[in-house]
Write a protein that binds this ligand. Structure first.
Ligand code: ZN
Length: 231
């Protein structure tokens, strides 16, 4: 089972997929050794073999598919509307906070792609229905309008799996995708350029892996790929 985003499907010359845990990545795809950094790697310039170069996003102007692995974090796929430039970004809260989305957009700037010519899709990720964070986490997010809810939200899509029990009476329910969209709009991206797949990795289907689900149900597998390519 895999998912796609309409805003990327609509771009001629682009193929992409947000894969489920059992789906095969295109054989020649390039991805990095992800470490929750804010680093974007150029697939064509990387001397290391696929999986060896440290980084959390891959940009390319070539035809090699680029990919990221995620379990609950955001898989962010970006393409220019002329179909000439693509990127795949792994967005956990650490990498997002460290600026990985801004770094990805800057790489498109370097390639002379105007920001209004970008289309961005965020694939299945953990949603606030399942992403409880501790009250201590709050100190990491100074400022108004924090990206979390005090009341546990209902799943945005019907869930087939049990949801993790609430662990903390002071817990907050973090909106990772909402945070990603906010960061993009702060970088000059119109929200209409961004599509968010409305699927929670934790509670929607066993076809998706989830670290959070594994925390509560240890037999759960984790990690799926998302990829994008010029074709
Ligand atoms: Zn959920």
């Amino acid at each position: 089972m895999s998912w796609t985003a309409r805003n990327l499907t609509d771009i001629p010359g682009i193929a992409h997929g947000f894969l489920g845990i059992d789906d095969a990545l295109p054989a020649n795809a390039f991805y990095c050794n992800q470490k929750h950094t804010a680093d974007i790697v150029d697939s064509g310039a990387a001397a290391e073999a696929c999986g060896d170069r440290v980084g959390d996003g891959v940009f390319t102007q070539e035809h090699t598919p680029v990919a990221v692995m995620t379990a609950d974090c955001l898989p962010v796929l970006i393409a220019s509307t002329d179909g000439q430039h693509v990127a795949a970004v792994h967005g956990g809260w650490k990498g997002l906070k460290a600026g990985i989305l801004g770094n990805a957009l800057a790489r498109f700037d370097q390639a002379q792609v105007a920001r209004d010519r970008l289309r961005i899709a965020i694939g299945p990720s953990i949603k606030p229905c399942c992403y409880e964070v501790s009250a201590d986490f709050r100190a990491l997010w100074p400022g108004a309008n924090p990206p979390w809810y005090r009341e546990r939200p209902a799943p945005t899509h019907p869930n087939a799996l049990p949801q993790p029990p609430a662990m903390n009476p002071d817990g907050l329910w973090f909106d990772l995708a909402g945070y990603g969209v906010r960061l993009l709009t702060q970088q000059g991206i119109d929200s209409a350029q961004v599509e968010v797949v409305d699927i929670c990795t934790c509670c929607h289907t066993h076809a998706l892996g989830s670290y959070r689900r594994r925390t509560h149900w240890p037999t759960t597998r984790t990690q799926q790929f998302s990829w994008i390519a010029r074709v």
